[in-house]
Design a protein around this ligand. Structure first.
Ligand code: PMP
Length: 437
């Protein structure tokens, strides 16, 4: 079969001779769906354009950041203005506090915040801070939750680790792995048991506010609140990872939709993706007494040459300023519409599935209608092989989906009727391809 993207094919050949797998982040290599990754050259609103000049309705949105749509005029204007003032000063700048204030105003659990450059750095620092604050070593994480590629949290991680079916990662020492306890998601009894046995040694529980790296999984009623209660009872901290959900599932993230109303708060939260609007910024925040354990006030060291980078801060401030309640109402409504259309297209072809949802985040799982997906074991037991033909049919019809069944589908404020109609037109053939797999 001749390729419809010869330029991407050539670029991939070249990239493979220069970079491991031809990529700088594993899922981009299309390993679990096969075929040649498309090389993107520009993006605007709800669309990506590849090196062959084909455009796609984008349902990846840079894995979350593009909440307002790609190249939003106000964000570009703020970035251009910042670039003209200089790229990096290695000194404090006014916009760091502006972005910090915007976060604090939206997420009341954040009393202090520190900017870093990636989600991995945010969770890595949160874990170190929890250990420094409590004087304890053990961390509890849940199977299928991904928190970035820090050594101690790669065990049973979702995302690319799930896609590649690696048990964790080579190069992680037994000592690092031994300080992480991995428990099944949505199982509070397992958490109670772990604390009963090791409570005095547990520094923190880290959890995705709503898991979206084993496909989307809904936190069971009272699960996150239960984690907050149990950690408090034992003098441990709760780290709520909102790198993916923060400022995407709602004005104050997933916690804003749930915990804020339920009357509990995490001790620390991590943010990434939307907070930088497409520039490399992430953050951790939370209780002032815990955050003040960070240097230069406290004994826990953390630093970054490009932390609080002025161009990234400008993008973050512009993005949060324009991420209004109307934006969330739009994304929420589009998410419901699209997931319903997806479900009916699959039903029409008799493809057994469940739509996995947490707020406006959703993903599809195959062969799971009887019980849905509540943890990593359920996610891995699905008929994952149906996704590759589904994905490629959508791609050929001009719709860019996440190249793995274990990832969420991302919408933006720019996904309008025209964009959604292209997706709806593409669904029947893709559903047929999934049925035939
Ligand atoms: N936590 C979560 C919940 C994530 O989804 C991710 C990335 N997808 C990370 C942490 C790591 O962020 P980064 O890729 O910016 O290091």
């Amino acid at each position: 079969m001749t390729s419809n993207t010869p330029v991407s094919d050539q670029l991939f050949d070249r990239a493979q001779s220069l970079m491991p797998g031809g990529v700088n982040s594993p899922v981009r290599a299309f390993g679990s769906v096969g075929g040649t990754p498309k090389f993107m050259v520009s993006a605007k609103g709800a669309y990506l354009t590849d090196a062959d000049g084909r455009d796609y309705v984008d349902l990846v949105c840079s894995w979350g950041p593009a909440l307002l749509g790609h190249a939003h005029p106000a964000v570009l204007e703020a970035v251009h203005a910042a670039v003209d003032r200089g790229l990096s000063f290695g000194a404090s700048t006014p916009d760091e506090a502006n972005l910090a204030a915007l976060v604090k105003e939206r997420v009341s659990a954040v009393e202090r915040i520190r900017m870093v450059s990636t989600g991995t750095e945010a969770t890595m620092t949160a874990v170190r801070l929890a250990r420094g604050f409590t004087g304890r070593n053990l961390i509890i994480k849940f199977a299928g939750c991904y928190h970035g590629h820090l050594d101690g949290l790669l065990a049973s991680a979702g995302s690319g680790v799930a896609t590649l079916a690696l048990p964790g990662s080579a190069g992680v020492t037994a000592a690092a792995a031994a300080e992480t306890m991995v428990l099944p998601y949505n199982d509070l009894a397992a958490v109670e048991e772990a604390f009963a046995a090791h409570g005095k040694d547990i520094a923190a529980v880290i959890t995705e506010a709503a898991p979206a790296n084993m496909g989307v999984v809904t936190p069971g009623e009272g699960f996150n609140a239960g984690l907050s209660r149990i950690t408090k009872e034992h003098g441990a901290l709760l780290i709520l990872d909102e790198v993916l959900t923060g400022f995407r599932t709602g004005y104050a993230g997933y916690w804003g939709l749930t915990g804020q109303q339920e009357g509990w708060a995490p001790d620390l939260l991590t943010f990434g993706k939307v907070i930088g609007g497409g520039m490399p910024t992430a953050a951790l925040g939370g209780r002032a007494d815990v955050m003040d354990y960070l240097a230069p006030v406290g004994p826990v060291y953390q630093a970054g040459t490009l932390s609080g980078n002025p161009v990234a801060m400008a993008a973050g401030v512009a993005t949060l300023t324009h991420a209004t309640q109307e934006v969330y109402a739009h994304v929420d409504a589009r998410s419901l519409e699209l997931s319903a259309a997806l479900s009916s297209a699959l039903d029409a072809e008799g493809v057994d599935h469940s739509i996995q949802r947490a707020g406006n985040l959703f993903s599809v799982a195959f062969g799971t209608s009887a019980n849905g997906v509540h943890n990593y074991q359920d996610a891995q037991a699905q008929e994952a092989f149906r996704y590759a033909p589904f994905f490629h049919s959508m791609l050929d019809s001009g719709v860019y989906l996440p190249p793995s069944v274990y990832e969420a589908w991302f919408l933006s404020a720019a996904h309008d009727d025209a964009a959604l109609n292209r997706i709806y037109d593409a669904l029947p053939a893709a559903a047929k391809a999934a049925a035939g797999a």
